[in-house]
Design a protein around this ligand. Structure first.
Ligand SMILES: C[S@@+](CC[C@H](N)C(=O)[O-])C[C@H]1O[C@@H](n2cnc3c(N)ncnc32)[C@H](O)[C@@H]1O
Length: 393
């Protein structure tokens, strides 16, 4: 956790007198000290005059290293003390389940990460709690101060970067609010590939804001080139009622790849997990097998090692197991739901196979059938058969 300077410990009376002395509304003063938003321009100068700190010192308090200060530090790096990293005592790990391919722990992910060697993981997927004050079975605090949450994220993200193999892939799932914080940090260590928007509505419309409608899925690699990147192709979108084209393909129909269309960085086909048939957890933070299937398929080969630091209901581990990837899993809370889920892995296999049956083809099975019935073109009108079925490329 970052050191919080006493500078921010101000009583309501102190904030009020600062507001009066500087003639700045209390609400604005609160945004600086409560939400830790950096004061700018004249405001920053006024606080400097009031507190006796320099503008640069104040920026450091707010955790903002601007280009001037950075240039100074880079020129004077020999003045930076050699801080020895704090040595943490390793905690014993609590293994709760294993298969031939993977092991599950009930531990804080930082304790599991401490046991993972440098540069050893092929693929990492992380879906942490979003700091929305949700109740988790572990009773963990899901309502941290903003800077505490970001500092917590940065801690495990650094560990993920250390343990990711050269050429390995890292995917981070979060609200855009939090992923936007971590990109700046990650851009300095890994290579940015994509900010994928996954179209899922996750709250009710809020007055004064746009309707939140996507999760952010960050995709980074260690080193410029991924060791493996072979995305599936997906069926083209057609009208769900009349099965006709949604776009005018003009003369291009015959040139369309019978194996389907390229996946873009906007994913509109990932279902929220709400239906009881798919739901393995009582609360709502479980991701679709379809999402993890896409990621695991795109960025790993059978036999590769997959890590997910925030197990939840174990979606990543189930998908890894079904696809022949080795995996390491952990959750700070009880493992029961994940273990139970492995008990019904055949059901999960059926669900996965059902999803995959419509991939790498220009039309879903139903879409193709309906279009043929209605005498609407399909790739078979031009290619004489669905040659690409079940093959990517
Ligand atoms: C959003 S859920 C993950 C859901 C999962 N992706 C799925 O599809 O089921 C986040 C999980 O992280 C776990 N968690 C929170 N802090 C943790 C920590 N420090 N180490 C390990 N697990 C943690 C919580 O108990 C919770 O189950």
């Amino acid at each position: 956790m970052a050191h919080t300077p006493d500078f921010f410990k101000k009583s309501p009376a102190e904030l009020k007198s600062l507001s009066t002395a500087l003639d700045i509304p209390l609400e604005v003063v609160h945004s600086w000290f409560r939400d830790r938003k950096l004061p700018t321009g004249e405001h920053l100068k006024a606080i400097a005059a009031y507190t006796g700190y320099s503008v640069q010192q104040l920026k450091v308090f707010w955790g903002h290293v601007d280009s001037e200060l950075l240039a100074w530090l880079q020129k004077n790096a020999d003045l930076v003390p050699n801080l020895s990293p704090s040595v943490k005592k390793k905690k014993p790990l609590n293994e709760t389940m294993s298969t031939e391919l993977g092991t599950l722990y009930q531990n804080d992910c930082m304790d599991v990460l401490a046991e993972i060697e440098d540069d050893s993981l092929d693929l990492i997927f992380a879906d942490p709690p979003f700091n929305l004050n949700k109740k988790y079975p572990s009773g963990m605090n899901d309502r941290l101060k903003e800077e505490e949450y970001v500092s917590w994220m940065t801690g495990w993200v650094d560990e993920l970067c250390r343990t990711l193999k050269q050429g390995g892939s890292l995917f981070l799932w979060n609200l855009p609010r939090w992923n936007s914080e971590i990109t700046r940090h990650l851009n300095r260590i890994l290579y940015f590939k994509h900010w994928i928007s996954v179209d899922i509505k996750y709250s009710l419309p809020i007055k004064g804001r746009l309707y939140p409608s996507h999760y952010s899925l960050l995709y980074y690699t260690k080193g410029k080139k991924a060791n493996y990147f072979v995305p599936d192709r997906i069926p083209m979108q057609i009208c769900p009622k009349c099965y006709g084209d949604l776009k005018d393909y003009g003369g291009y129909k015959s040139k369309m790849n019978p194996k389907g269309v390229n996946i873009t960085d906007i994913w509109t086909d990932i279902p929220p997990v709400r239906h009881a048939k798919y739901k393995r957890r009582k609360d709502s933070n479980e991701l679709s097998i379809k999402l993890l299937d896409r990621i695991v398929e795109m960025a790993s080969r059978p036999g590769d090692l997959v890590f997910d630091p925030f197990g939840g209901s174990g979606t990543t581990y189930i998908v890894s197991e079904l696809k022949g990837r080795r995996w390491i899993g952990t959750d700070i809370g009880p493992s029961k739901e994940i273990i139970d889920r492995f008990g019904i892995i055949d059901t999960e296999r059926d669900i996965l196979e059902e999803y995959r049956a419509d991939l790498n083809s220009l039309f879903t099975r139903n879409g193709r059938e309906q279009r043929k019935k209605r005498k609407i073109w399909t790739d078979e009108s031009f290619h004489g058969g669905n040659a690409g079925k079940d093959k990517k490329g």
